[in-house]
Structure formats: C-alpha cells, structure tokens
Design a protein around this ligand. Sequence first.
Ligand code: BT5
Length: 244
Amino acid sequence: MANWAGVEKRHYDAVDSTNKQARLWARQGAPHGAVITAKTQTAGRGRQNHQWESAPSAGLWLSIILRPTMSTCILPLLSFAMALATADACTNLTGHQVQLKWPNDLLLYGKKIVGILLEREGDAVIVGIGINVSQEEKDFPLELRNKAASLKMQTDVSISLEQLEKDLLAEIERRMDIQDFMPEYQQRCITIGSKVQVITTFSTFDGTAIGVSSEGALLVIDANGITHTVYAGEVSIRGVTGYV
Ligand code: BT5
C-alpha cells in the first residue's frame, strides 16, 4: 500500500496531457506524491514532443508530482528509479519479465509497452508514465505496430487499471527509499553490453554500449575505440538488429 504516492489525486475522463496538467498543479503547490490520471489523452507527449498514443481506457496514463530530496534530484537517475519501479509493477502482475531499454523504455518480448517522461517544474519533478495494458494490434497506428504492444498482447494476462495503479504507486514509494539503485539498473538494462546505433540530429554511428555514467548518460564505444557520452534528451537508440 502506498502512503504518500497518490494521497491527493485528480482523475479526468479526457485531458490533453496528464504531464501538462501536473505541471500546472505543481505550480499551484501540489504536494509531493500528487497524482493525475486520465482515461484518455488528446495530446499525450513523449521526449522532444513526440506524440504518445493514449487509447481510451486501454492503458494507464498517469503523472506523479515528486518534490525530491538532493540525493534523488538528478533527473536521469530518478528516471531510472521510475523505470525500475514500473518494470517491477508490470512484472509482478503479469508474471513475465519486463526489460529495460536505456534510458527508460520498458519492453516485453521485443516491443515497447511503457514510456516514461520526466520534466522539471520549479523544484518539482513531473513523472509521466504511460503503460499499454489492453490494446490489440489494430488499436495502434500502422507505423507503431512493429514496435509497440500492450501487456495483454504480449502475455495474454488481463490486468485491471486500478490494480496496476495501486501497485505502481507502491513500487514508486519503495524505489524512492532505495539510495543506490544504479548497480541494479546497470545489471538489468538490456542496452548495456549490446551493439547499438546512436541516432542524433546531426549524425548516426554504430557502437557498443558499455555502461551508464554517474549522470545517467549512456557510454558507447565506437569501432575506432572512441567512447561517446550520449545524453537521453538528444538521441534515439536502436539495436543493430531491430528496435531492441
Ligand atoms: C516516451 O517518449 O516514451 C515517454 C512517453 C510518456 C507518456 C506518458 S503518458 C502519461 C504522461 N502524460 C504525457 O503526456 N506523457 C506521459 P519517447 O521516448 O520520446 O517515445 C515516444 C515514441 O514512442 C513515439 O514517437 C512513438 O514512436 C512511440 N509511441 C507513441 N505512443 C506509444 C504507445 N502508446 N506505446 C508504445 N510506443 C508509443
């Protein structure tokens, strides 16, 4: 059971973006742990203003407002903690091992089932989590079908949104108490040790991901032995054999 996560809550049938609403609420003084959910989002967003598909009642579209202490305020690191929390909630409910792709996508059998977006708002951090729960393939736009899926599609397990939300908030609380989660993240992140293609606005190169820096950047060594520090905001990472 969560204690502070979700202690104050707003739920909408339809909203532009739960992250956008959470930012407004944070500005008005929302407490640590305040949560916004919606049945559907008309302008759900990912990084760099990517669109996030939020089919009505088919997924958990949630934002939580955190007012972190110094030790958890490095945004990429906090995002790893949120990825671990979300992975654990999904794994425990489905019985299937969810995988982490740097920086904070969650995959199940090669497809993206969760996206996480962290944004700063003053001294608060807005954590937006989108979990695809019950969509069928036809519910995704054509261009996403080769890389996106729901928990139901990948596991055939039906999960209630209420149960998932409850478990997710409890896992978020648990993770916020764990000080040093980086070794666990490094161990569980499937990107580390994999061959990857790094796609930035200006260039594309192949390499091998060898680890994550203390600031949360991905370290990628290229064919010439040069190590690149890759920051999450700017890039897409593709496995050289596909999305993973
Ligand atoms: C993310 O961005 O993955 C972060 C998504 C965060 C969504 C949550 S929902 C609640 C809260 N409110 C918001 O407005 N946002 C947050 P990024 O790494 O940029 O990935 C976005 C890309 O994922 C898109 O460009 C598509 O290719 C793909 N995509 C879009 N919708 C998807 C979905 N439902 N499932 C899987 N992939 C999707």
